[in-house]
Design a protein around this ligand. Sequence first.
Ligand code: FES
Ligand SMILES: [Fe+2]
Length: 451
Amino acid sequence: MSTNFEVPKGDFRGHDRQFIWLAEPDPELTEVGPGTPCGEYLRRYWMPVAMTDQVGDLPYRIRILGEDLVMFRETGGQLGLVHLHCAHRSMSLEFGIIEEGGIRCSYHGWKYGIDGSILERPCEPAASRLKQGTCLGAYPVVEYKGLAFAYLGPNETVPPFPVFDTMVEEGDDMIPFLIESPCNWLQVMENAWDPFHTVYLHTKAVRTQFTDAFSVMPKIEYFSRPLGDFYTNTRRVDDIIWLRIHDQMLPSFTQNGGHFPLPEQSLYFGRCGLSRWITPIDDTHTQVIAWRHFRGDDDPQGLTNKDEVGFGKTDFYGQGPDRSYELRQRDPGDYDAWVSQGPKNVHKREHTAFTDRGVSLARRKLRKAIRKVKAGETLPQPTDIYSDPIPTYGGDTMLRIPLQAGKEDDELLKEVAHKVAEIYMAHDCFKGQERADKIRAALREYESSWS
Ligand code: FES
Ligand SMILES: [Fe+2]
């Protein structure tokens, strides 16, 4: 046994910093329940709430934005989403009976349509004074490629359902997934606004979780669009300048590039590997609901796996609790980062730095939007500005542009990032394949101007 009782010396500040255990989370950005400013803001947008393959012939109980709800597919095939408790005397409709046109409470038989209107009250006398009408809370649902989207805002302001261009691409196999995390929604969202963690967490910390090229420190440039932002991560990998482009559309939509990029040859306007929403369950539980995209030439190394994508799982590392605690400690992933920040991260204990520009920007924009809704303003919807499909930018472009004599490479990377972003944005007025073809042609021409 050691007999060395020498007390280590150093600037130990544990006691001085005990205030961090008393600091509170920021309620304005983190509280999502009914009546909260952030909750009201989030309720102004369509958001995915479930995977439709989970909605069978029984009512499906879910919790969204702190509200307990039941989703069901009436026998005619339409999805309904209603408050959990029957409007009569509150039996849970998770025990309801699904019928044509609606759901019936099994306690006294009240039947509701998908909009919550009362269709039948079989135990009441015909002369009962309670008029039939809408008294059960319900929300509209749109179903698309395995995901159910709902709008939990006021019925007077239901916006059109936004269709992004990456939702309707030909030759793209879109597979939905949903994974829960026991933490506040903002932590999960901020992970996507933080491009620098790919260098460390995903590559240098333990091992390469995706591809080695992520170990190169990127140059980041942010670009504002009428409805959201995108940013470019620009890296040099030998003669290739690799631009990885992220869409960041508040409140919760993001798209990133391919999952296993190999910057060895030119790639023009490669599209996103993931279309992802962060949907709060309540203040301390969150779900990532997304589509993984699978296209023929996306995966040169064969590292993707469609079979691994679905309810509670996906085919890239570290997105859920599907590993032993020891493995999570030895090789932590995104899930371990955002969940371990705590049930609700406390911003007052952080020391944000240069690499947190994206996170700081997101928080500022989010706060501003929340305050606008609180003040009664109407925020623009994607469909106010673009007709379907709405142009997005997420994906990878790789251009063969070698080091240029007499030019600082950092300067060159910045110049290329701005030019590529300009090319992307200049083609917003075109749609679908025509837009992609025109962007690709312009990128080829730009690349050839360097040879
Ligand atoms: S509690 Fe539902 S019908 Fe009575
Ligand atoms: Fe990550």
